[in-house]
Design a protein around this ligand. Structure first.
Ligand SMILES: [Zn+2]
Length: 405
């Protein structure tokens, strides 16, 4: 069983310093590679699914969060406001209000819907220092967030689309969901404002889950104050669950920000806002991946993808050239030279690296390489160009299989 805090330090992925502060980890170069990998994965998946990316500032005026309801509901988790030039600004507790304002900045026709707006942005939570640790309890969270502005009738397809993206992302990351939880309104008064809409939204979420064929558990009375939601739970080795991904239907923010679109009838209509996160926060996702894989990341995420191991000193310039060719093909490779120990010792030292290229005089003479795979397989000697192309193709497809026969 792995502890991401311990392993994260041992692998040189991230650390903290009391001078920067508790709950404010910094990312070391190898950790930054893993993070970039996830960020690029998600941005690419979102672009393919018709999302457009925006950037919005991490600060906003207090009024913004008063309108969104965060000031009333979440001010305990927010940092105190800073006064600048007679105005109060706060570090944002969520990206939603910014995206609602961006939507509102232009008029929209029904033809533009569903309008999918994504951002991988920072948000802040004033956690007490006693509760902080590693990447799971932090004061600054980078959320893979998106908001889909759509009609009520489009909600079902958008939810199904988000669930499909979650499924693909989990497959690529080599993890699986422990449970899908559908949180529905209960009998309480907070849902009473628009019972028809609530019923409709709950029905659409239920149908989307049924259509996806996923097993789920419906819990009444657990909905957010602004609408029903689906939480995707993952479990650690001890069986402790946490929420990684969410899909939520929201009628509240569109009302608060007076959002609308022009319908086919030429009149103004209120859109629905679907909040969704595919991999949740980068911090939680990386912590979970470290613990699930024990640092042996899928090849596309591994900080070093290929360890080039020259058999002896005489093979080192050949190894350096091979490393260069891997880099030219877009693979992250590193030479572990003979001065680092015996071949067996270096193979052990590189045990988390998905591929090891062993290079001796015979391979060097023929442009070949002996490939060892992290799972213990030793492949027949092959052309080094073929091995590089094979790995490149697997990495491009976000394969968790290390070698396809
Ligand atoms: Zn949101």
């Amino acid at each position: 069983m792995y502890d991401h805090r311990k392993l994260g330090r041992e692998l040189g992925l991230f650390d903290t310093d009391p001078l920067i502060g508790a709950g404010l980890p910094y990312w070391l170069p190898d950790g930054a590679i893993v993070r970039h990998g996830l960020e690029e994965y998600i941005r690419t998946a979102e672009r393919r699914a018709g999302y457009r990316h925006v950037y919005s500032p991490v600060l906003g005026k207090r009024e913004l969060y008063e309108i969104s309801g965060h000031w009333a509901h979440y001010s305990d988790d927010m940092y105190p406001p800073m006064t600048i030039g007679g105005e109060q600004v706060v570090l944002r507790p969520s990206l939603c209000p910014h995206h609602a304002v961006i939507y509102r900045s232009q008029s929209h026709s029904y033809r533009e819907l569903p309008l999918r707006m994504a951002e991988l942005g920072a948000m802040y939570r004033s956690e007490l220092s006693g509760a902080l640790g590693g990447l799971t309890r932090v004061r600054c969270i980078h959320l893979n967030d998106a908001h889909i502005f759509c009609t009520l009738d489009q909600v079902g397809d958008e939810v199904a689309g988000a669930l499909a993206m979650i499924d693909s992302a989990y497959r690529a990351m080599g993890i699986r969901a422990a449970r899908y939880r559908l949180s529905l309104p209960g009998a309480g008064g907070k849902y009473a404002a628009a019972p028809d809409m609530w019923r409709h939204a709950s029905k659409l979420l239920t149908e989307a889950l049924d259509r996806s064929g996923l097993a789920y558990e419906a819990v009444e009375g657990e909905a957010a104050f602004y609408g029903p939601k689906i939480d995707v739970q993952v479990a650690d080795h001890a069986g402790r669950e946490s929420t990684l991904s969410t899909v939520q239907v929201d009628f509240y923010q569109p009302e608060r920000f007076d959002l609308h679109y022009i319908g086919p009838d030429g009149a103004k209509h209120r859109p629905v806002m679907v909040h969704r996160s595919i991999i949740g926060s980068i911090e939680r996702a990386v912590a979970y991946l470290i613990e699930q894989h024990g640092g042996a990341f899928p090849a596309w995420l591994a900080p070093v993808q290929v360890a080039v191991l020259p058999v002896s000193e005489a093979d080192e310039s050949g190894a350096e050239e091979l490393r260069y060719r891997c880099a030219a093909a877009g693979l992250r490779a590193e030479v572990i030279g003979a001065d680092a120990g015996s071949l067996a010792a270096r193979v052990r030292a590189a045990r988390l690296v998905p591929y090891q290229f062993v290079l001796g005089p015979a391979e060097r003479a023929n442009g070949d390489v002996a490939v060892r795979v992290r799972d213990g397989r030793r492949l027949p000697v092959q052309r080094s160009a073929d091995a590089i192309a094979h790995i490149r193709a697997l990495v491009d497809k976000y394969e968790t299989r290390l070698w396809a026969d």
